[in-house]
Design a protein around this ligand. Structure first.
Ligand code: ADP
Ligand code: MG
Ligand code: MG
Length: 252
């Protein structure tokens, strides 16, 4: 599904990603952890096509296509979904209209006609139930006046509606109370199929109590410096990152 090879990227002339390698297959859940500032958000931004970053080397393919050559909206149409660490508010645009536009844009990309109003509402209802999103929330403007938990639930709702092949969730647990965290995690788990995959980027091990990763990677100084199974998350929770930093940086 996703093959990232020796990916380098910089912002304002400063190199942030220094050779990232990552392979994701359908059905897999990957967690990317690591100390603050190690480049986790940069990696998700580069994969989804945030123009603030410049790719300076390496490659990323998505189902064999050159991901880095694609426009951000085409990456989304091809099935890449990014949940934002800081979700934007879109005043005056209701969730319903926002989602209808997003879904019909994707259908247009595949030369399919727009969804009928009744099919769209049926889909809304079905997916709202998955993430337990209140009907009132769905009719409000996107993220306007939403609490942190509501924004996150809303993102998972968008994910449910768009049925991405690969979802990248960046620090979904920041600012979430434990109940909202459970709902988000259960949404992610319910949406999991043998054909889609998730990359969960998180600073906190707690989220991984609810979303069980198949692989845990540690990103440090712009590289994935360690990859293992879910037990690595527990170890990081107990031991922190200093032992990994020491291995990478060498003895003082
Ligand atoms: P993480 O998500 O792992 O905490 P980030 O990818 O957000 O790390 O940041 C990695 C590095 O890139 C940090 O040193 C950060 O200061 C820098 N960086 C990120 N975004 C910008 C930006 N817009 N302008 C300048 N530097 C940035
Ligand atoms: Mg950060
Ligand atoms: Mg980050």
């Amino acid at each position: 599904m996703l093959i990232v090879k020796d990916l380098h990227a910089s912002i304002e002339g400063k190199e942030i990603l220094k050779g990232v390698n990552l392979t994701v297959k359908p059905g897999e859940v990957h967690a990317i952890m690591g100390p603050n500032g190690s480049g986790k958000s940069t990696l998700s931004a580069v994969l989804t096509g945030n123009p603030a970053f410049t790719v300076t080397g390496g490659s990323a393919t998505f189902y064999g296509k050159d991901l880095l050559a694609m426009k951000p909206e085409d990456r989304a149409h091809e099935g890449l979904f990014l949940s934002f660490q800081y979700p934007v508010e879109i005043p005056g645009v209701s969730m319903v209209n926002f989602m209808r536009t997003a879904i019909n844009e994707k259908r247009k990309y595949f030369n399919e006609p727009p969804l009928s109003a009744s099919d769209f509402l049926k889909l809304m209802r079905e997916k709202r139930a998955v993430v337990q999103l209140d009907n009132k929330l769905a009719s409000r403007a996107v993220n306007e006046g939403f609490s942190g938990g509501e924004k996150k639930r809303n993102e998972i709702f968008q994910m449910a509606m768009l049925e991405p092949r690969l979802s990248i969730l960046d620090e979904t647990d920041s600012g979430l109370d434990i109940d909202a965290l459970r709902i988000v995690a259960s949404g992610v788990n319910k949406l999991k199929t043998a054909n889609n995959a998730t990359i969960v980027i998180t600073h906190y091990e707690r989220l991984l109590d609810y979303i069980k990763p198949d692989f845990v990677h540690v990103l440090y100084k712009g590289r994935i410096v360690m990859s293992a199974g879910p037990e690595l998350a527990k170890e990081l929770e107990e031991r922190g990152y200093d032992w990994i930093k020491a291995q990478v940086d060498g003895a003082p």
